[in-house]
Ligand binder design. Structure first.
Ligand SMILES: *Cc1c(COP(=O)(O)O)cnc(C)c1O
Length: 362
């Protein structure tokens, strides 16, 4: 093995999490969101684990839909930003992918689509307040009518919107988005989809026909200050490596690049084989917890490309070769994300190509 850094993907956790989302969302159906290589867990791996239970997948881009079809998945697949260029449409028809339609430019391309290739299923994306993608509420009825009249488009048009802060369960913004979406789509036929993971937990009135869940599928936190485990979800990734050195360093000596951390006494310092070159965040501050065996110890000094340094005073029996866990069921990735000034999604999406991925049934 060229590298000791391993991301273990827990297939049992993925299945458990999907079952739990389905139970929470019922009677709404669930689109399993597998964009960004399944939030860094591996698109094909996750889709294979969920194939029997997932009613639909959602991806960011056409290429991911192609990968799912190539792997043999027959479910409905929604491409959340639709075609990016005119040539994408024929490809989406061929692959029977469904397209979120959010922009005038896409309408012009779709108007040219030939029904001979099969009618494309479209989801009209409404901008209910996030102001990223979507048609303004005032244009929804007109765009719906135009889409329904296009020969290359299936007349069963879906209606979609996305929340900007559904993790804020007491806030007004989501309630306002729901109201704007309801108003804009009143009287129009077609399945509706509003909720992401946080909304599944906090906004039951927005479950509609389909929810689109990503974070919870991987057991990630979708509410600040709470972990996925707090809501009964199980982390689907463990990131681990090995201890490759244990050194005694004298009082007053400084550790690592720029000597940002100074030893307060003579002490054991461990070195683990992982760094930002693997996707462990360089911004992780001194004090970020790491598990050496079962002992929780603080990171010290700067995270470098291939290595991190650890204060082993709390793990006096630590030896070269010991397993080091950076995050996983025993150490929430949310804790690391908070120390690094980011969110858990950013960390799991950031695993680099030199990390070895393995699977277990846990
Ligand atoms: C990423 C995404 C989702 C899933 O969001 P989670 O918070 O991870 O559940 C749903 N809908 C759209 C449009 C997205 O881009």
């Amino acid at each position: 093995m060229s590298r000791t850094t391993v991301a273990t993907i827990h297939l049992g956790a993925l299945r458990h999490n999907l079952a739990r989302i389905k139970a929470l969302a019922a009677p709404a159906k669930v689109m399993a969101v597998v964009k960004a290589d399944a939030y860094g867990h591996g698109l094909e791996r996750v889709a294979r684990a969920l194939d029997a239970e997932a009613e639909a997948f959602a991806v960011a881009a056409l290429g991911d839909g192609l990968r799912l079809r190539a792997a043999g998945h027959r479910q409905r697949i929604v491409v959340l930003s639709g075609p990016d260029q005119p040539g994408d449409i024929a490809e989406m028809q061929r692959l029977e992918l469904e397209a979120a339609i959010h922009h005038e430019a896409q309408l012009a391309w779709l108007a040219e689509a030939s029904p001979a290739r099969g009618r494309l299923r479209a989801w009209l994306k409404v901008d209910s307040g996030m102001h990223r993608l979507g048609f303004p509420p005032g244009r929804v009825a007109e765009v719906h009518a135009r889409l329904a009249a296009m020969p290359g488009v299936d007349p069963r048009i879906g209606l979609l919107t996305h929340f900007a802060e559904s993790e804020n369960f007491d806030g007004r913004a989501t309630a306002a988005q729901i109201a704007r979406f309801d108003e804009a789509t009143r009287g129009l036929d077609g399945p509706r989809s509003l909720s992401n993971s946080a909304a599944v937990l906090g906004w039951p009135e927005a479950r509609a026909d389909w929810v689109r869940s990503g974070g919870l599928l991987y057991g990630l936190s979708v509410v600040e200050g709470r972990s996925g485990a707090d809501f009964g979800f199980r982390p689907a990734m463990t990131l681990s490596t090995r201890l490759i050195a244990v050194n005694r360093v004298g009082k007053g000596e400084r550790i690592g690049y720029n000597g940002t951390w100074q030893c307060p006494e003579d002490m054991p310092v461990g070195v683990a084989a992982i760094g930002y070159g693997d996707g462990y965040p360089r911004s992780a501050a001194a004090g970020t917890p790491v598990l050496v065996g079962d002992a929780r110890v603080p990171l010290i000094g700067r995270v470098s490309m291939d290595l991190v340094t650890l204060d082993l005073r709390g793990a006096p029996r630590a030896r070269v070769g010991d397993r080091v866990t950076l995050w996983g069921p025993e150490l929430p990735v949310e804790t690391i994300a908070a120390q690094a000034g980011t969110i858990s999604y950013d960390l799991t999406c950031g695993m680099t190509r030199r990390v070895l991925f393995v699977e277990d049934e846990r």
